[in-house]
Write a protein of this length. Structure first.
Length: 173
């Protein structure tokens, strides 16, 4: 079994690359619904810091999270390149649509299995379970995110049903 088999990457796949700070990240194109220019985000009180709020996407309420805060980076500062990547993530066998703030979207790239290395093992104190692998393109490494794991069940419980009244983390009245 090759090292790429352990990450579940055995065929060429397309990835959307985006920047968070100076780092380039990627997620499988199949998880991306669309990329939006930054728009007005309605804040929701009593939500975790990483939860930026919600947007109206063609009549649907879509929660928006700050990807930088989810990855324990600094808060996203709005610039002309800031955008919202609308993703479809799997949570407990249920498909959830969520917006993720990114500093900028770069491009869609193809990566062959031999261009992808397993996530680094840095020790038990540092979480790397949300990294699918490290893609190598030219001389640059691209962190390939397992987007379903970035937004864990615990974190997404608060954004699971923004239209249904109270969130899971909020006590009943």
């Amino acid at each position: 079994m090759s090292t790429t088999d352990t990450t579940g990457m055995t065929e060429t796949k397309q990835y959307l690359t985006f920047k968070l700070g100076a780092e380039v990240f990627a997620t499988e194109v199949s998880k991306v619904r669309e990329v939006l220019d930054f728009t007005t985000i309605t804040e929701i009180p009593r939500t975790p810091e990483f939860m930026s709020g919600v947007i109206n996407l063609r009549g649907s309420v879509v929660p928006v999270v700050d990807m930088r805060l989810c990855l324990e980076m600094s808060r996203t500062e709005r610039t002309t390149n800031t955008c919202i990547v609308v993703l479809e993530v799997l949570l407990e066998n249920e498909s959830i649509v969520i917006g993720a703030l990114a500093d900028s979207v770069e491009e869609v790239i193809d990566l062959e299995p031999d261009q992808i290395r397993p996530a680094p093992r840095i020790g038990s104190q540092i979480r790397t379970d949300f990294i699918k692998g490290m893609g190598k393109r030219d001389q640059q490494f691209i962190t390939i995110l397992d987007i379903d794991r970035v937004f864990s069940a615990e974190e997404l419980s608060v954004v699971r049903n923004p239209e249904g009244g109270r969130s899971v983390s909020e006590p009943a009245a």
